[in-house]
Design a protein around this ligand. Structure first.
Ligand SMILES: Nc1ncnc2c1ncn2[C@@H]1O[C@H](COP(=O)(O)OP(=O)(O)O)[C@@H](O)[C@H]1O
Ligand SMILES: [Mg+2]
Length: 600
């Protein structure tokens, strides 16, 4: 047991506190500062003094106040009971929604992150006498209907299991297991892990499957692989938070860790009000049963915002190690970077670009590096998919946070102000966005539909052609374009309205399953190809674009539910017969020669 060391405050600069006399304290140890014993972390150290970043409001703190430390690193408490919880940046439970809205947590409150009195039903998997490697499975606890919590031997421990509790109900304080040669050790259902340290795994593996989000533009055009990284950059009001919420609600991860850092408190309140009422489209269970929230909203202390993403990602790693697919959303990494900037300027660091500290890039890299698909120590494959919102001032993507982020993420969902202003949602640009995961997810999709890759490519081609043609249209108007190009503009419009746009408030369309995505995309591309064919036979473009089925295709997304995709096949039949009718009308007039006449 480490002893407590004591010192005194020598200087206070906002949340940055200098202290003297803390013999033996190390970097990143936690300290309790002042009469309220505010939680802080040692971020600089020299022979005489320690610099402590305080995670709570330290108004009133003064030189001479006492500082103490038990010389332990800032850690999260990991165990059953994390799920459905909402924490601040240093893992204090925000039991009350009101806590988010301004009435701060009282200074120095030491609420335990996990309910220490609640009993959990434990079923052993290992047995006394087993020789266990670090991370081995000791047993299981059903944490929620959706989550089976595997109790693992903490990664730092190994050896012969001397005793293990039998099946029964235990609190997090109860002695559950012991290891040979460690007579003083009492293993419980919970454990601690330092937030700034990655948890170990066996090795990184490649994903091979996409994280399905139910958002068409993402899944179809810019998919992210499980274990991947993505950024959502966008100016104010372009839909970053809405997109993060949609992903948190609908993506097919087993566990969601949602980190609201530096954004408005009412947005987190929305999540808290909405999530308990929503059900997972796969399991039919409440979404909260697989969600952990970390909230460090704009009204909370800045240093706690800095640490909140580490708290979040450490919890994510903990569930990954049980073999789960975890998705981490951080909204917004720019507010987090601003916290870094504020703290580094108080420390008197030499600023780099736009006042950000020189280590901004390293910190961003470290955050995204903790994503990935891994072979865990004992539970097969697990993954962390990390999705960070970026809010560049003025929507200017050339600023440092966006620029550095692009170096570390492999998926970029660029939000477009023009689309948002036109109320085209999600306003993810199909021109500026990209993904590097196509090769990784291609087989997965092709197993569901062999033509997926080609259909997607054809649709993308239509959209890119449209973008090029729009430049010409601006100069000379649409009517001077060849009919084939006019058709491209028309089909692109169908793709935008009938496929890319997806309203998060439309009950049938807020989530779109993969089968529905494939079928809608295929019908629009088939329309385009049929129409091209007819145009080349001399059929009037107007006759094609005014076909009754066109409107129906555009409405499919909000009229057809995920369990009635056969209705899309019916629309396809209808389209075919309407095309046949047009063809029949055209055939007698043009005859067989017409085709030759038009062909180049
Ligand atoms: N997918 C969507 N469906 C419907 N409305 C949306 C969608 N995305 C954004 N919006 C609208 O845009 C507004 C701003 O979005 P928000 O996510 O709060 O922006 P940001 O976080 O980028 O500032 C929302 O309140 C909503 O009205
Ligand atoms: Mg927002």
């Amino acid at each position: 047991m480490k002893e407590t060391v004591r010192g005194v405050v020598t200087g206070v600069n906002g949340p940055i506190v200098r202290a003297r006399g803390l013999q033996g304290i190390r970097m990143l140890d936690i300290a309790e500062v002042g009469p309220h014993r505010l939680i802080g972390e040692v971020i600089r150290l020299d022979a005489e003094s320690a610099v402590i970043q305080v995670y709570e409001d330290d108004t009133g703190l003064k030189p001479g106040d006492e500082v103490s430390s038990s010389c332990r690193p800032l850690s999260v408490h990991l165990g059953p009971g994390l799920i459905s919880n909402i924490y601040d940046g240093i893992q204090r439970p925000l039991v009350d929604i009101a806590a988010l809205q301004g009435s701060h947590i009282r200074k120095g409150v030491k609420a335990p992150p996990l309910d220490m009195k609640r009993r959990w039903h434990f079923t052993p998997v290992a047995a006394a006498g087993d020789v266990l490697a670090p991370g081995a499975i000791l047993g299981e606890v059903r944490e929620s209907e959706s989550v089976l919590h595997r109790i693992l031997l903490p990664p730092g421990l190994s050896g012969k299991l001397e005793r293990l509790a039998g099946e029964g109900d235990y609190t997090l304080e109860d002695d559950i297991f012991g290891l040979q040669g460690m007579p003083d050790f009492r293993g419980t259902l919970a454990s601690f892990w330092p937030v700034r340290q990655q948890r170990p795994y066996a090795k990184k593996v490649s994903a091979g499957a996409p994280l399905i989000t139910g958002q068409r533009i993402i899944d179809t055009f810019f998919p992210i692989a499980r274990g991947g990284t993505a950024a959502i950059p966008g100016g104010f009001g372009t839909g970053k938070t809405m997109t993060q919420h949609a992903l948190a609600k609908w993506c097919d991860a087993d566990i969601i860790v949602y980190i609201g850092c530096g954004e408005r408190g009412n947005e987190m309140t929305d999540v808290l009000n909405e999530f308990p009422r929503l059900t997972d489209p796969r399991s039919g269970r409440p979404l909260m049963e697989r969600t952990v929230m970390i909230a460090n909203t704009s009204n909370m202390p800045v240093p706690a915002r800095e640490v909140s993403i580490y708290t979040g990602i450490t919890i994510a790693e903990y569930y990954r190690d049980m073999g789960y697919g975890v998705a981490v959303m951080a909204d917004s990494t720019s507010r987090w970077a601003e916290a870094l900037r504020e703290l580094s300027s108080r420390l008197g660091d030499m600023p780099a670009e736009e006042g950000f500290p020189p280590y901004l890039a390293t910190r961003l890299a470290e955050f995204y590096e903790r994503a990935g698909c891994v072979e865990t120590l004992s539970c097969g494959e697990g993954s962390i998919t990390t999705i960070g919102a970026v809010s560049p001032p003025g929507g200017d993507f050339s600023e440092p946070v966006t620029q550095h982020t692009t170096r570390f993420v492999r998926c970029f969902w660029a939000l477009d102000k023009v689309l948002a202003d036109a109320r085209h949602y999600p306003s993810i640009s199909w021109i500026d966005s990209y993904t590097e995961y196509i090769d990784e997810v291609r087989d997965w999709w092709n197993e569901r539909d062999a033509s997926w890759f080609d259909t997607r490519r054809e649709a993308m081609h239509i959209l890119l052609e449209d973008d090029r043609l729009q430049q010409i249209v601006k100069l000379v108007g649409p009517d001077s374009l060849p009919v084939q190009d006019q058709l491209t503009l028309f089909t692109a419009e169908m793709l935008k309205n009938g496929f890319l746009q997806q309203n998060s408030f439309d009950p049938k369309d807020m989530y779109c399953g993969t089968a529905k995505q494939i079928k809608i995309l295929a019908i629009i591309v088939a329309f385009h190809n049929e129409a091209r064919e007819l145009l080349s036979r001399g059929v009037d473009l107007k006759a094609i674009t005014s076909m009754q089925v066109v409107g129906e295709i555009i409405r499919l997304k909000s009229e057809v539910g995920d369990h009635e995709v056969q209705l899309i096949d019916e629309a396809n039949q209808m389209m075919k017969s309407q095309f046949s009718a047009l063809n029949a009308e055209a055939a007698p007039a043009g005859g067989g020669n017409r085709e030759g006449a038009v062909a180049p």
